[in-house]
Write a protein that binds this ligand. Sequence first.
Ligand code: ZN
Length: 324
Amino acid sequence: MSTRSDPHRPSDVDPADYRLVCQFDDHHEDGYAYWLDREMELNEADKFIGHYQGNGYCDVCGTGSRIRYGFIFYHTPSAQTVVVGSECAALLGLSSKDQAEQRKVREAARITAKRDEWLAADADHRLAYDWAKMMVELGQAVPGYRPSDGWRAKFVTGVDRYGYSTEKFVASILRDRERTLERAALDAERKATRCPVIAGDGIEIAGEVLSVKLHESDFGDRIVMTVKDDRGFLVWGSRPAGISSVEVGDRVGLVANVEVSEKDETFGFFKRPRKAAYLDSELSGLSDDEVGEFKRCNGEREGKGLGAEFMHQPETGVVYLSAP
Ligand SMILES: [Zn+2]
């Protein structure tokens, strides 16, 4: 093989020097040529050089069988036209792709610099970003988590993409951080003082109502409540019949079947509640309706509290507060 001295050797080519001017199918009967450059088309005959002219091989790599589907590039420095096969066309065509890639890298570096500057400008920016990023990463470790979910992810993505965020968004992320940390501390404290659930059928529960909420599910909506049993565990389930006026802070008693949560041995689920009753001395002995009425009256008299005197009229079922 003779030593090449032309500028189109594969090791020497600079994609930036080549411009695609034609694409062709050299089939001898129904071939075609698609020219991207009309002027070049008119002058092409005398510009062919190299291997292709001699044997139909690629002008860059000089090997391969005779090119059928080929590409013609114009080489600016030498004003020569080269014919190449698809592999070498990809090599020469890198020019524009390369430039796009380089632009992307430069743009990413610019955004990163802008982001770092924004993060350094204000301790709150840094705190909010680090917090949101950490929570998103923690979330990603949880099965079923989608990174596109949630506004923490939106915040992080926004800062990464644009190099900054709004002060409003920063403030709301910081509020989220505060609330989440407070809740976690409270949870940890509660868990530390809690005892394992006593599970089984017909368990007697007595304790304080910590929450009463509407629970929505595919099977319908119902009111549920969480009770902290006096022995130090929590149970959760449907608000039983008989204490439909129950509120947070009331002391209640009930008998139910209790199952312990798989995730937390101090948390249980109660089912089939029965014998539900109010245990507060002011409420015990009253019917559910009477308690409801009492609470309505009591609520109207702010500051009187549950210890207020009240009277019950058996004939009408009305409970009212005694005159002060
Ligand atoms: Zn080639």
